[in-house]
Design a protein around this ligand. Structure first.
Ligand code: FAD
Length: 414
């Protein structure tokens, strides 16, 4: 998978500094050579070559390959016929017959993308005895459901789900595929994108369309969350993205809304599959489930120590019937477990009320709370970035202000 050099090379050396991997050199004849072990075919040298003497492996492949021998999706990509890809697909992740909320949220986001593009929105439902779930998918905005119902699909297994999904995508050629950034969605999306030889933007916080070029604009934090990057897949279809739970709003249900059902049969025999599910063991221990919480009281480094954190956060959360969350600083200080962490490397939440107590409002924290209806911040520093994002801000000491709220609330609510 290294870059190819053609006889058009004039030895100008423009490519040498462009290569971040030092994979190019000029040979004794003054022409460019590629060190195959170092080259990752990133394409940076291809862009700077003034005589188009460099090409990516796939482009070289295109010239030689007889496109008519390739299956639908590959042929369309290689011939540049991206227009054959139509429609937005959402993977409907279900466990034991329950649709994961993120899939419904993605139907809401997918509906908007489909509307902009003037195409259909479809849900892809894989499982066993899950046909009944199609109605919910239509009610959340899908025009169509692709259903594959087979006993071998009862539990998620990467290779089985991937193969079924890829076969559907090759047959029906969707232009956009969205999946939840859950453990299953992340696993499946990567496998499907690899098999379809297309691009995937993971953990997006925003999706939009460039109508002129019919491109999916997939936005996500990059470089440690310091910038928001909008990523496009210009040359490959389908365009794929995963989105975390609670980033997109749940769509309004349209009860009784109907759509088309495309049911596909597959022959999957348990004995042919590489993985067997022997037993499902439920995770033990406390379930935090911040994503479903309506009120979250989150604490940060400003709470000083473990005792301060416990007293302030759990005290107010208990008074309000809410749950406790934390910034990474509080988690790293060992005051609370990582499963309570909110933000880029924690969970994304969308409560009705989010209290940020002694939290400065670093971008990595903010990306996890933008779905909150109301953010109430308490911080001693009037210039803390959280005050630019919050709905109500109180400049002051949490240890003085929070008890003033907690005690009357306790009395009010008991
Ligand atoms: P600080 O930034 O130290 O802020 C403490 C605040 O408390 C200050 O604003 C201070 O004025 C205030 N304060 C002090 N005393 C009081 C008091 N008595 N009363 C009221 N206010 C007081 N962070 C996350 O939270 N979640 C993530 O998922 C996450 N992921 C990350 C991923 C990467 C790749 C990187 C590089 C960083 C990530 N971070 C994340 C870390 C993030 O950059 C910040 O360091 C972190 O959010 C800071 O936590 P904090 O606001 O509690 O602490």
């Amino acid at each position: 998978m290294a870059v190819r050099v053609s006889s058009a090379c004039i030895g100008c050396q423009a490519c040498i500094p462009a290569c971040p991997y030092e994979a190019l050199y000029i040979n004794e004849e003054g022409l460019c050579q590629v060190i195959e072990e170092k080259c990752v075919a990133c394409g940076q040298c291809v862009e700077v070559c003034p005589v188009s003497a460099l090409s990516l492996p796939e482009m070289a492949h295109e010239a030689k390959e007889d496109l008519t021998t390739l299956a639908g999706a590959e042929a369309a990509v290689l011939s540049g016929d991206l227009g054959r890809y139509q429609g937005v697909w959402v993977f409907i992740e279900q466990r034991e017959g329950q649709i994961m909320p993120v899939s419904l949220e993605l139907l809401g986001a997918g509906r908007q993308l489909a509307q902009k593009l003037g195409v259909e929105l479809a849900g892809v439902l894989l499982g066993h005895q899950v046909c009944g779930l199609a109605n919910k998918v239509y009610e959340c905005g899908a025009d169509k459901v692709y259903l594959v119902d087979n006993p071998a699909l009862r539990y998620y297994r990467t290779e089985t789900y991937m193969q079924v999904f890829v076969d559907l995508a090759k047959e029906y050629l969707p232009e956009i595929i969205l999946m939840g950034a859950t453990t299953t969605g992340r696993d499946l999306a990567g496998a499907v994108a690899t098999e379809l030889r297309t691009g995937l933007t993971a953990d997006c916080t925003g999706l939009d369309i460039d109508l002129q070029q019919r491109l999916l604009l997939a936005t996500r934090p990059a470089f440690g969350g310091n910038i928001m990057a909008t990523i496009v897949s210009k040359a490959h279809r389908p365009q794929m993205a995963t989105v975390r739970p609670k980033v997109m709003r749940m769509p309004a249900l349209a009860p009784g809304r109907q759509g088309a059902l495309v049911q596909k049969e597959v022959s999957l025999k348990e004995e042919d599959l590489l993985t067997r599910v022997l037993e499902i063991v439920q995770e033990q221990g406390e379930q935090v489930n911040l994503q479903e919480a309506e009120i979250i009281v989150a604490g940060g480094r400003g709470l000083g120590d473990r005792d301060g954190f416990q007293k302030i956060c759990f005290g107010l959360a208990e008074a309000l019937g809410g749950r406790v969350g934390a910034s990474r600083a509080a988690v790293e200080a060992g005051w609370i477990d990582h499963k309570y962490q909110v933000g880029q490397t924690g969970v994304t939440v969308a409560p009705k009320i989010y209290f940020a107590l002694g939290i400065s409002g670093a971008i990595q924290h903010l990306v996890g709370i933008r779905g909150a209806d109301v953010i109430i911040a308490i911080n001693t520093d009037p210039n803390a970035p959280i005050f630019k994002e919050c709905t109500y801000g109180l400049v002051g000491d949490v240890f003085k202000l929070v008890p003033l709220l907690t005690e009357p609330l306790k009395e009010l609510l008991t």
